[in-house]
Design a binder for this molecule. Sequence first.
Ligand SMILES: [Mn+2]
Length: 319
Amino acid sequence: MRNVNAAEAAGLLAQKDRILILTHRNPDGDTLGSGFALLHALQHLGKTARVVCNDAIPPKYDYMRKGITEQVFEASFVVAVDIADTKLLGAKLCEAYGGRVDLCIDHHLSNTKYADALFLEECAATCELIYRVIQALGVEITPEIADCIYTGLSTDTGCFRYSNVTPETLELAAEMLRKGADFDEINRVMFETKTKTYLKLEALVLDALELQFNGCCAMVVITQEMFRKSGSNESECDGIASLPRKIEGVEVGLTLREREDGSYKVSVRTYAPYDASRICAKLGGGGHARAAGCEIEAGALEAGKNRLLDAVRSELETP
Ligand SMILES: [Mn+2]
């Protein structure tokens, strides 16, 4: 593994063709915005390229494909965007490409350095780094690219409300507005619109919410049965991890989502000075200071919950 900067990452891409862009499982606005922004830029340069994801891409992101040519090919260069660990590729993609990622562009300090070349910097969204790579490639920012980059910036910052926002994030968002990003429509789709099935799920989840440590920690468990009852699914749950932390007095919010195989995806959200990545590291996960994740194996919910709550307790005691 070697570290590269934006110009070196662009140099690698410029030399290659048949470029496969990997996004993470349960795709969000940043991994998809990064992937499709880069895809637009590479196709603009006349290259054969494609974005792939282990899971179905929710239809609300369809606008990112505007002007994209669907291309099928044998990959000769593999790029991962916004992916800290090959496990996050999902089973199928991890098996196919986990051992052969040529370039990774990512903003997670917990990155496991699995790629040959790594462009890593801590910032609000991987899209900030993608913008710099596209600039280094000499491709003009079209309204379509601006839409993709704006999406990553806004979704990874809760619409510019979280502590990860920097002056650079806001300056880049402003630049994307100048380049024609359809920001009000993107904000409506990403932050205002909830499906009826999601709202039903949210009601079930809130009903089962547990408070711990004198109300400093709130935990919700989302089961497959709740998905069945509400008609909702994982792809609608982007915003749900921020739900427990909205309660007054809560410093640490925990969201446990049961997968079809019975394992749980754990999302941890904190307020300063509590460190979500330190909590998750104790369960083999990682992420950022205010937002991190880890896993609980199938059949180990109670033991996993206890380990998680132990990790939260020690973080609350000695932040
Ligand atoms: Mn991200």
